[in-house]
Design a protein around this ligand. Sequence first.
Ligand code: SAM
Length: 202
Amino acid sequence: MTQNSDGGGVSEVDWDAEAVSFDEEPDHGLRDPEVRAAWAERLRDWLPGRACDVLDLGCGTGSLSLLAAEQGHRVTGVDLSPAMVDLARAKLAGRDAVFLVGDAALPPVGEQRFDVVLVRHVLWALPEPGRALRRWWGLLRPGGRLVLVEGVWGEAGIPAETITGLAEPLGGHVRVERLSEDSALWGKDVDDERYAVVVRGD
Ligand SMILES: C[S@@+](CC[C@H](N)C(=O)[O-])C[C@H]1O[C@@H](n2cnc3c(N)ncnc32)[C@H](O)[C@@H]1O
């Protein structure tokens, strides 16, 4: 990964090639009931208690999209990788969800606005994370929120303090939740930095 002055990186991962085996990681596919339950519980806390419109950017195979849909939310997913989008469409077939191929930094949603922009393990790979956050904030309805799940994995990732520094000027209420110690989320013990940043406009 190459790093830039905004704290972001440019991912050199071939996500189309990764798609076929992506769900094999416990926290990706959420196939283990305990891991799945741990993410469902966090998501229930991060998302509003009423049915709302969620934009899942860099949605991958749609694992978090599915949890959100199961909790009654309407989901729009966007991913740059057509192979990931195909898998997300299959995973959420029959649900109130649409998936688009596009750039998370410039989501192809036109004038549509959302109650939540949900982004897990994607912001770190964008070349200009500060610009992306400002754009996402602008996609929210009044009182909406950003839910950002990120971490630092060796050379890759973005520290929580970089995201909070970029998010503070948005004007919302910024809260950091540390996730490293909750091994149920990862299907194993981890000792690197993993966290969620929730930025609320209400
Ligand atoms: C580590 S995966 C995370 C997938 C999903 N958010 C999850 O948590 O399971 C990163 C995803 O971001 C997508 N991605 C990377 N850069 C992107 C961009 N600029 N716009 C949209 N999607 C992007 C990749 O195709 C991949 O599906």
